[in-house]
Ligand binder design. Structure first.
Ligand SMILES: Cc1cc2nc3c(=O)[nH]c(=O)nc-3n(C[C@H](O)[C@H](O)[C@H](O)COP(=O)(O)O)c2cc1C
Length: 385
């Protein structure tokens, strides 16, 4: 079972799982260079590889609806593996890494969430985590019968209520009466109960004020967006203060999302970055940008004054993640700096090219970070979260 101990100042690293041919790059050319996302054997190979090189966890995002036909045409997040099912396969081929799967609170009943989560936590022997998301596009919410995009505040209020209900269901051995604003039910669940106590790791990516309030009350990891270390360090400071106010000081760990591109020489890395930019599909990039800036407050704020061409290149080429490109030495140095200056607890790595040999290059980076004392293998910390 994974334990939670965030006081050890250890750089945690997760893999933003390749759940589609391309996750953050709206480019058919990029997608075509990646493996077949429906090949389970590739996923299992990646799972074993990241455990071996020393990543801490796999993070599986999820969506129910494609953004637009242009997104589907380039393989951008469509087809997309269902996180909590494929997460089970990853669990069965690993022993130590955490497996964080996305679950949409707006679309499921708390009994579904509690039961799926308890089973995944048992299957993984206490290594499961839940990425709580509320959904941020109108077409996805219409699929579940909502009129359009449910109001931001209302989405978080529902998430908060649902997670409180799930926590009660995980504890209850006899019927409970749950009477919230949106959710009302009576009863209790069949076992199993989660292995991790008091509950499995809970994760959220809300950076807006309501997102932060929700995260510090209910969650353990908070994923941020932003391509500037000082922005992340400010968010980390805010989260710290708010966590202290609800008696959870030191219990909420911010994580930054990063795009690594590792090549043998700096020139090769620069050429590859330029190649990606030159191969972005503008129509699919626009669809992605409209969805992100329309549904996610942090994106709305960050990109409100940005010129369209810059916006399309930033979102189409990596969704605004920190870009870290270069030789293993250069990538290691940039990761160490970012870790130091952002005050985050770790990084979520999203690779544009995600074949096992590409992801395996991170092993060289980690060897350098270990030598310089900036990182140590999670087995040294008992594979804690
Ligand atoms: C690293 C990361 C991963 C995310 N994964 C998903 C996901 O898998 N599915 C989804 O619907 N939203 C996902 N989101 C969006 C968030 O759940 C959320 O809607 C958004 O960050 C809300 O931010 P806000 O509080 O600033 O509005 C993700 C966001 C980030 C930063």
């Amino acid at each position: 079972m994974k334990t939670r101990n965030f006081s050890d100042d250890r750089m945690r690293l997760g893999l933003f799982w390749p759940s589609a041919r391309t996750m953050h790059w709206t480019s058919k050319a990029v997608a075509d260079r990646n493996p077949d996302v429906m090949d389970l054997a590739v996923h299992i190979e990646i799972a074993k590889l990241i455990e071996d090189i020393g990543l801490d966890y796999a993070f599986l995002a999820d969506r129910y609806s494609p953004y637009t036909p242009a997104s589907t045409r380039v393989g951008h997040q469509d087809p997309c593996i269902l996180a909590y099912l494929w997460g089970a396969a990853i669990a069965s081929h690993t022993r130590h890494i955490g497996i964080i799967t996305t679950i949409h609170t707006t679309y499921l009943h708390p009994a579904h969430v509690a039961r799926i989560g308890a089973n995944l936590d048992v299957m993984s022997a206490g290594r499961w985590g839940m990425n709580i998301v509320t959904g941020f596009t109108a077409n996805e919410q219409q699929l579940f019968g909502h009129e359009g995009l449910v109001d931001h505040t209302e989405r978080y209020a529902l998430a908060d209520e649902l997670i409180s209900a799930v926590k009660e269901l995980w504890r209850a051995d006899e019927d409970i009466e749950f009477a919230g604003e949106a959710l009302r039910f009576r009863g209790h669940l069949s076992g199993p109960r989660p292995v991790q106590q008091p509950w499995p790791l809970l994760v959220n990516a809300g950076a807006s004020p309501s997102g932060q309030r929700f995260a510090v009350r209910q969650c353990d990891y908070v994923f941020t967006v932003g391509n500037d270390a000082s922005q992340v360090s400010q968010l980390a400071g805010n989260l710290d203060e708010q966590a202290a106010e609800v008696d959870r000081k030191g219990e909420v760990l911010p994580m930054i999302s990063v795009m690594p591109l590792i090549r043998d020489s700096q020139a090769e890395a620069e050429d590859e970055m330029a190649w990606i930019s030159a191969n972005i599909d503008t129509e699919a990039a626009r669809a992605f940008a409209v969805s992100l800036t329309g549904g996610i407050k942090t994106y709305t704020e960050t990109y409100k004054d940005v010129d369209e061409a810059v916006l399309l290149d930033t979102i189409g080429n990596g969704a605004g993640l920190f870009r870290i490109a270069g030789t293993p030495e250069q990538v290691a140095e940039q990761m160490a700096d970012l870790y130091e200056n952002s005050k985050a607890g770790g990084m979520l790595l999203s690779f544009p090219f995600w074949s096992p040999s590409e992801i395996g290059r991170m092993g060289d980076v980690l060897a350098i970070l270990e030598k310089s004392g900036s990182w140590s293998h999670p087995k040294n910390a008992g594979w804690s979260w």
